[in-house]
Write a protein that binds this ligand. Structure first.
Ligand code: FES
Length: 580
């Protein structure tokens, strides 16, 4: 089957700007021609935007201008006119308070840029964590033909013979410093080894997870997720993507044709199989919201339960993205899920074919990197959604990154009111805490932090680390980095800053966690919980003005994707005519 919805040739959207002899048409063409574009490029061919998140402040995407050139080659070859433009780049490593605060801003930027300009289709150049969902969200709301190409991961990091995984090694080494098993000098030396090439994080962190989600959703060409940034095949992928978007415009193949419920279900299962980031939960919920698909946390729990973790990558496993690529990459995982009956084989992709047509022949070249089902890393790789009186809206945990002995546990809460309280007291040797305690962090949800920072995997107290303990249960309304690990319960909803039950937990309360039963229970008498909630008063004030005000006023909960309430849904590509 090959998708074709429209006949070609036909008059395109861009012809409203360029396709005529009126004063306005001349105005639009003439100014474009100051870039040296020949007249015949305005002959009705597809005008393709290259929506670029390149920025030197987003180091993971700093090589995307080179990739854009490759995309342009492909677009020209296929008979299109490429036009590159920048959008807000959400760099994970530098933006404060957290890049997540700006995902929706970037999505608005993309949406408005696509709608307001003379574009028939768009290539989305993405890489660092939030750049991928932001561009998919914006493109989905406009619904012109769109295809993503990722920047690709960095090469493996190596330090003294050991793999150094982006982020994951940082968390491990900083804990080792606190435990006294690593020197500061060694930590500084390892810094250079962590990031030794262009590209995004080389672990199965959020960037690699979202690249995999993009491919699993069908919004990128097969094989896009894993090719290293500096491998020549990444440039080939960009080139082929440029060719393909022109054909997609001719066929009128749009995000609404691809982003179906089946596509999201495929992506959820893939996230389980790759040991993907908890951040993918929020982002997929938000993307689904843009196309009117009622995806819920329960879908994540239900669809992930019977998916084994097959990909042996940090933070859940041993290897890095470079090795995942050499082993065959995501097409192998999709093929294995298809053989296990865990894939909607007919789900349409940007290729115009069903996903099974793309991956059926994918071969696994390293069965330690991509494990066969009977040697899976963990039997249950999905996201566990816990509920109870502590999280009526749900909270999530990644079993593949958690400790089996903590999956059922009753412990005494040690509460931190916010991240500053945590930082001030965690190193205090007098803090009444041991490895059986449950660390609770409040006011780090979408409104609390603001932006919902990746602080949920709070480091353990030094006095516990010195005992050789490496994991404790941690509960918060925060997110955690996709490169992080541990028995960390996240996204507790409703968040504390709006009066969710997390807000009234006190040090000394007992909490019960039972992952198998999907239960998160505050063992405090019901009448006491009611009294505490009645007495609760907000401590997080709305900012007076600016984007922070917009964010605080309109951001929704993590359990539905933390999009803005007024951005949900598809608004299409219609735009009022100009008035020159
Ligand atoms: Fe950009 Fe990890 S910080 S991908």
């Amino acid at each position: 089957m090959t998708f074709r919805k429209a006949e070609w040739p036909r008059r395109l959207r861009s012809a409203e700007w360029f396709g005529g002899t009126s004063r306005d048409h001349i105005y639009h063409r003439s100014w474009m021609k100051n870039q040296g574009l020949p007249a015949d490029l305005f002959d009705g061919r597809p005008v393709i935007g290259i929506c670029n998140t390149w920025s030197e402040l987003t180091p993971c995407n700093a090589h995307l201008r080179d990739l854009a050139q490759r995309v342009k080659h492909g677009i020209y070859e296929a008979g299109g006119l490429p036009v590159e433009f920048p959008v807000f780049s959400t760099g994970e490593s530098a933006l404060r308070p957290t890049a997540m605060m700006y995902r929706n801003l970037a999505a608005m930027d993309v949406e408005e840029a696509l709608r307001a300009n003379p574009l028939d289709g768009v290539v989305l150049l993405v890489g660092c964590d939030k750049t991928t969902p932001a561009l998919l969200m914006g493109a989905a709301s406009v619904d012109i033909p769109a295809i993503a190409v990722s920047g690709g991961p960095m090469l493996n990091g190596w330090f003294r013979g050991e793999r150094v995984g982006s982020g994951t090694a940082l968390w491990q080494m900083s804990e080792a410093i606190k435990a006294g098993t690593m020197s500061s000098e060694d930590f500084l030396e390892a810094e250079q080894a962590m990031s030794r090439s262009p590209g995004s994080c080389n672990t199965m962190g959020t960037a690699s997870s979202m690249a995999s989600m993009t491919e699993a959703l069908g919004m990128a060409l097969s094989g896009n997720a894993a090719i290293p940034a500096i491998d020549s095949r990444r440039r080939v992928m960009a080139h082929l993507t440029g060719r393909r978007i022109v054909e997609m415009v001719k066929d009128d193949l749009k995000p609404s044709d691809i982003l179906t419920r089946e596509a999201f279900e495929n992506a959820i299962r893939v996230n389980g199989a790759i040991g993907g980031s908890t951040n993918a939960v929020i982002h997929l919920l938000a993307i689904a919201g843009r196309v009117g698909i009622d995806l819920t946390l329960d879908d994540w729990d239900r669809l992930g339960r019977d998916v084994p973790t097959l990909v042996n990558l940090m933070p859940s496993g041993k290897y890095l993205m470079e090795e995942f690529f050499y082993a065959g990459g995501l097409p192998v995982v999709l093929r294995m899920l298809g053989e296990a009956g865990l894939l909607h084989r007919q789900a349409l992709t940007v290729s115009g074919q069903g996903v099974w047509d793309e991956v059926e022949g994918a071969r696994n070249w390293n069965e330690d990197v991509i494990r066969p089902v009977d040697k899976a890393l963990t039997a249950q790789g999905g996201i566990a959604v816990l509920r109870g009186n502590l999280a009526p809206g749900g909270a999530i945990l990644k079993p593949s990154a958690a400790s089996p002995h903590l999956m059922q546990h009753r412990g005494r809460a040690v509460v931190f009111e916010d991240i500053d309280d945590y930082k001030a007291r965690i190193g205090d040797e007098a803090l009444d805490i041991d490895e059986t305690s449950i660390m609770v962090l409040k006011n780090c949800g979408p409104r609390g932090y603001p932006g919902m920072a990746e602080v949920g995997n709070m480091g353990l107290p030094p006095k516990v680390l010195r005992k050789g303990i490496t994991d404790m249960i941690r509960i918060s309304d925060a997110r955690m980095s996709g490169t992080a690990y541990g028995t960390v319960i996240l996204h507790t909803s409703p968040e504390a800053a709006i009066g969710g039950p997390l807000a009234i937990v006190r040090t000394g309360d007992m909490i019960e966690v039972d992952v198998a039963a999907r239960r998160l229970h505050l063992d405090v008498a019901e009448h006491e919980i009611v009294a505490r909630l009645a007495a609760w008063r907000p401590t997080v004030q709305a900012p007076a003005s600016g984007y922070a005000r917009l964010f605080h006023t309109h951001v929704e909960g993590a359990d539905t994707g933390a999009d803005f309430d007024f951005l949900k849904g598809r608004r299409g590509n219609e735009v009022p005519r100009d008035s020159h």
